[in-house]
Design a protein around this ligand. Sequence first.
Ligand SMILES: Cc1ncc(COP(=O)(O)O)c(C=O)c1O
Length: 410
Amino acid sequence: MLSSVNGSVRQFLSFNQRPQRLLHLTPRSQFQEMGSHFDFLTKKPYSPPSWASRLSPIPSHYFSLGHFPTPIHKWNLPNLPNNTEVWLKRDDLSGMQLSGNKVRKLEFLLADAVAQGADCIITIGGIQSNHCRATAVAARYLNLDSYLILRTSKVLVDQDPGLIGNLLVERLVGAHVELISKEEYAKIGSVALTNDLKEKLISEGRRPYVIPVGGSNSLGTWGYIEAIREIEQQLQTGPAEAKFDDIVVACGSGGTIAGLSFGSWMSSLKAKVHAFSVCDDPDYFYDFVQGLLDGLEAGVASRDIVNIQNAKGLGYAINTSEELKFVKDIAAATGVVLDPVYSGKAAYGLLKDMTENPEKWEGRKVLFIHTGGLLGLYEKVEQMGSLVGNWHRMDVHESVPRKDGIGKMF
Ligand SMILES: Cc1ncc(COP(=O)(O)O)c(C=O)c1O
């Protein structure tokens, strides 16, 4: 038994150790048309949409890591302004353990890591970082080790971080978790922290590749440039009424809105992009996004192509009970479960704005991008306990016969 298990592990590893051998020469769009079922985890040559072809640098390859295209459907939210429609792009369905918006960035970032001959990935984020979890899974798929620097509170930094939410997946796939207190993180900064770990790993003979917070650098920006091409293609074959005036999305580290707003501006979409920031102030993000766009020689000003509003509330990853009740009410009304840290706050901010300024949204068709993050809800179970109900001990009618030994399980 043991030897057959080892055999299959060996087979799996040798399959993964040779990603280059899986290289296909078919461009992404043709691949989608062919409907190939074998392209997952393969490395493919990349060619950009025509409207992005003057960007520089253009990535040469990407790894197919997500299940794309993700669906778009109408989202029947209650109490919308007159004639306002909200549609949902389900990037939360881009995968299972490897899901959400980060997958799109990782397709490009990990292709670069493999091209550079890396044997491990370093990245950094909050203790429930979806990005770190997605990176750990994607890295493992490609036979790369992962080192995650996770920010936590001073009182928890010396303790086992447990297995809640994203941590469960990260630790199952064997990520190396390095805890840092919020105070140390604030004093040292994410760049110096990742560099420090990089030096240490190099001195041990490893070949690390560093991915910045949230996968947000100019290379990662291609993930959401591609998402715009995907939406354009979906609209060509979708229902005639699905032509969007606005795109709404959460902003946490800036890469998603950089790609979306550049793409929407340059492509045929021309939808106005509204970002709801969940951590830093809009001014910080206008500057940060500008840096990402400049890194691609985009030649556009962030302030012209995206509108950023503050939806931070009490602070990053901290929720009011009103926000959590909103997540619960939206799930109960529409079946769509939002995460509490990103899309939950963005949708809350959007509906608040629609209530306060209905004239701004009346008659508009809005595409909300659900960026995933479901596992983050597990950290909120205590806070959410009083909001859910609907349980009681089953009342079995007394006339139903009871006999020993029947119906043991099935
Ligand atoms: C679930 C989820 N949604 C949205 C975001 C924000 O995306 P970005 O970091 O590209 O701004 C993140 C990460 O920060 C995320 O994990």
